[in-house]
Write a protein that binds this ligand. Structure first.
Ligand SMILES: [Zn+2]
Length: 226
């Protein structure tokens, strides 16, 4: 079921000490941890300031850490403005950190403006199995190489990034124009289904609580496809 219907402009509580910050067509999330406020993804360019204002208005401390599920423009575009205002530390997977630093070679899908460029320094510590700012890092490639999802193990809250999307309470993979490797994306989806998360917080679409049925249905639809 949808955690909440209708996107307001301010942060909306989606789990204990966790909020969705709905932006134009994409979500960022904030959560409180022992290491301060952690932001997961940062929207498009121009959303950085919007995120900071939304947090301030809700009385949530500015982020100390920004964890990027991947480097696409709609997830990493707002990072620079937040870093300049807060000196938060940015974390990304080793592959995506290379791209953000202006090294590495983006895939054909991402050569034309989808990827954030401009040499952003990040700590490349979002490697599979690592625990960063209280979250377990899950390598979930497919949408992009080096994509990660993040799990709060204590209560099964899953920050899925673009490993999946939610549309009308249905879970699906992103379309062919946005997915580098469907076989990997399907394997990543299977991994997330097997975690049996309590809440799925997607990069695109509404948060889903009690998501297991929708996750398994998505995997069934994928099986047999490449
Ligand atoms: Zn996206």
């Amino acid at each position: 079921m949808a955690v909440r219907s209708g996107a307001g402009t301010g942060p909306e509580a989606v789990a204990d000490r966790a909020w969705r910050i709905p932006l134009r067509g994409v979500n960022a999330y904030a959560l409180l941890t022992q290491e301060g406020t952690v932001l997961i993804d940062a929207g498009n360019r121009g959303d950085g300031r919007r995120i900071l204002e939304a947090l301030r208005a809700a009385g949530i401390e500015a982020p100390r850490h920004i964890l990027l599920t991947h480097a696409d423009m709609d997830h990493a575009g707002g990072v620079r403005a937040i870093v300049e205002a807060t000196s938060a530390t940015v974390h990304a997977s080793p592959e995506q950190a290379e791209l953000l630093a202006g090294h590495g070679r983006p895939s054909a899908l991402r050569r034309f403006g989808r990827l954030l460029t401009g040499r952003l320094a990040c700590v490349p510590d979002l490697a599979d199995g690592a625990r960063v700012a209280g979250l377990l890092v899950l390598a979930t490639p497919g949408h992009t190489a080096g994509h990660v999802a993040l799990l709060r193990e204590a209560d099964g809250v899953l920050f899925a990034g673009d490993a999946l999307a939610v549309r009308r309470e249905e879970v699906r993979l992103l379309g062919a124009a946005l997915t580098e490797d469907f076989a990997k994306a399907t394997a990543s989806l299977r991994r997330l289904v097997e975690l049996r998360p309590s809440v799925v917080l997607p990069g695109h679409g509404n948060p889903l609580s009690a998501p297991q049925g929708a996750l398994e249905a998505a995997l069934r639809r994928r099986s047999g496809k490449r």
